[in-house]
Write a protein of this length. Structure first.
Length: 156
């Protein structure tokens, strides 16, 4: 595989990560609308006080879970256990923030093979991040779906 193919894979994974973050932000808006609806219409629910308490507690639990997964998805994952990279921005910053001239010298010395190996490591790291985000997104959508079904059953 040549460098061009590796860059394509790298950029595709970054695109998937961006899409997951965008979806999480959309679902954050949906969750806030649901929360606003429940809060404004909960008093009109014709159930006994005990049932209202149980339902409210369950909805609160689901809401907390949805918020947990949303923020877990959109929170930046800046720590990796990968070796120091010439591609990963945090490693570049940590290495060269105080000596930008050293960056020029070091980058000019990187061989094509070192760059390709570094790019492969980045692809693997980003794949881990993307997989974790998509798994969390699936869990969050499932919980949000349960919450929506419960609200439809209760209020409509």
């Amino acid at each position: 595989m040549d460098k061009k193919d590796l860059k394509f894979i790298h950029n595709t994974i970054i695109h998937w990560i961006d899409k997951t973050d965008t979806k999480a932000n959309i679902f954050l808006g949906i969750q806030l609308v649901i929360l606003g609806y429940v809060v404004s219409h909960f008093r009109n629910l014709n159930l006994g006080i005990c049932y209202k308490k149980i339902i409210l507690d369950f909805l609160l639990f689901l809401t907390i879970l949805v918020f947990f997964f949303i923020f877990k998805i959109i929170w930046p994952r800046l720590s990796t256990n990968e070796p120091k990279s010439f591609i990963y921005f945090k490693h570049i910053y940590n290495r060269y923030v105080k000596n930008k001239q050293q960056a020029t010298e070091d980058f000019s010395k990187i061989s094509k093979q070192e760059f390709e190996n570094d790019l492969i490591n980045q692809v693997v790291s980003l794949s881990t991040v993307a997989t974790t985000k998509y798994t969390d997104l699936q869990k969050m959508i499932l919980i949000l779906g349960i919450e929506i079904i419960l609200i439809i059953v209760l209020f409509i």
